[in-house]
Design a protein around this ligand. Structure first.
Ligand code: ATP
Length: 364
């Protein structure tokens, strides 16, 4: 019997290719994992009536740890995001995204080393929405007017932004605990408390309160727009950054862009009981099925998963192999060729994965 049983949700789009690559690399690093395959995505609607079958959620509950490829969220149509539904079902309240420049990836900065901690359960992602013209929207508009809370145009669609004390405390505490455990020096809270006093204002108030319990770690806050400017001017100003959900989503891609792009940005969704590891990128339908995608982000997400399972050696071996493959950049995928302005031919996802496995086998 394998040492660890992990749920593998390949997802759809490039997820099928990145997940297969990740499995090969984890095996080449010598990790003893049994994968329990579970499905999610639009292709499950016909057979299960849902893009997220109950059996998939049960598998994660059983194994406690999962790694997931991206799942396409169709824009403006029927079903809500599988990613959001999974986070809700498993109470994965933290989204953790370490951002580290890897030399050779053509990243804009050489010295990015920060950690994005994004709240995962509320804010504009709560899914409390009223369609334009619906009874609910009309009642809500009338209610706001009655309360003197403000005038909303009658032809508005409305999304509600709840920010709670419970979720804010939990996410900020996670950020400080993470900083403490990983020897990080500073936590920054990003918000727009000057405009949204009762939602972002509450988040900032709670962040300040939690910070008082961690006097050994520096704390500051940044208004989100100023944060974006400061980040782009000098990412080394930041260490651990904690965000409400929506700003965290946007900032994650921005941070990924500063440090080599979506192809290499790993992540994890963590809750009190379960952890689901997944790359920051989406399903990239434009390149799916063409053996062109960069599997590094999912491979580095697997390294985070191995750390979580206590397999620190295997995790570090994978990270070292990734640094090595980029250090001479002879076998890299198209996204990195583009970022490095190179006219050498791009490697396929398969060729890149095989080279990474070769590096790992030399190391062992
Ligand atoms: P989502 O809304 O699900 O996050 P998205 O459509 O915003 O997804 P992605 O699918 O994450 O965006 O990626 C945007 C583009 O970046 C893709 O269309 C693809 O061209 C490129 N890209 C993303 N991930 C990779 C990857 N792993 N390898 C190569 N290119 C990628």
């Amino acid at each position: 019997m394998a040492k660890h049983v992990v749920t593998l949700i390949p997802g759809d789009g490039i997820g099928l290719e990145t997940s297969a690559a990740m499995q090969k690399v984890v095996a080449a690093a010598g990790a003893d994992i049994e994968w329990e395959l579970a499905e999610a995505g639009a292709h499950m609607i016909e057979s299960c009536g849902s893009p997220l079958p109950e059996s998939t959620i049960e598998s994660v509950r059983r194994n406690k740890v999962a790694i997931k490829g991206p799942v396409t969220t169709p824009v403006g149509t029927g079903f809500r995001s599988v990613n959001v539904a999974l986070r809700k079902a498993l109470n994965l309240n933290v989204c953790l995204r370490p951002v580290l420049s890897i030399p050779g990836t053509g990243s804009r900065y050489e010295d990015v080393n920060l950690v994005v901690v994004r709240e995962n359960s509320e804010d504009l992602y709560a899914g409390v929405e009223f369609e334009e013209g619906s009874e609910g929207a009309k009642k809500l508009i009338a209610f706001c007017e009655e309360q003197g809370a403000g005038t909303i145009r009658p032809d508005s669609g409305i999304s509600i932004k709840p920010i709670s004390v419970t979720a804010s405390d939990a996410i900020v505490e996670f950020a400080f605990e993470y900083a403490k455990k990983h020897g990080r020096k500073k936590v920054t809270a990003a918000h727009k408390a000057n405009i949204m006093k009762y939602s972002d204002g509450l988040f900032l108030r709670e962040a300040r309160k939690v910070a008082e319990s961690y006097p050994e770690i520096e704390f500051n806050d940044n208004i989100i727009d100023a944060f974006c400017m400061n980040l782009v001017m000098d990412p080394s100003r930041f260490d651990v950054i904690v965000f409400p959900n929506l700003y965290g989503d946007i900032a994650s891609d921005l941070c990924a862009g500063l440090a080599g792009g979506l192809g290499i940005a790993p992540g994890a969704n963590i809750g009190p009981e379960y952890a689901v590891f997944e790359a920051v990128h989406g399903s990239a339908p434009d390149i799916a099925g063409q053996d062109k995608c960069n599997p590094t982000a999912e491979i580095l997400s697997a390294a985070m998963m191995l750390d979580h399972l206590g397999e620190f050696d295997c995790a570090e071996r994978i990270r070292a192999a990734v640094r090595k493959i980029y250090s001479d950049a002879s076998v890299v995928t198209g996204d990195i060729r583009y970022a490095t302005n190179s006219d050498k031919p791009a490697a396929s996802c398969t060729a890149f994965t095989d080279e990474l496995c070769r590096i790992l086998s030399e190391d062992l």
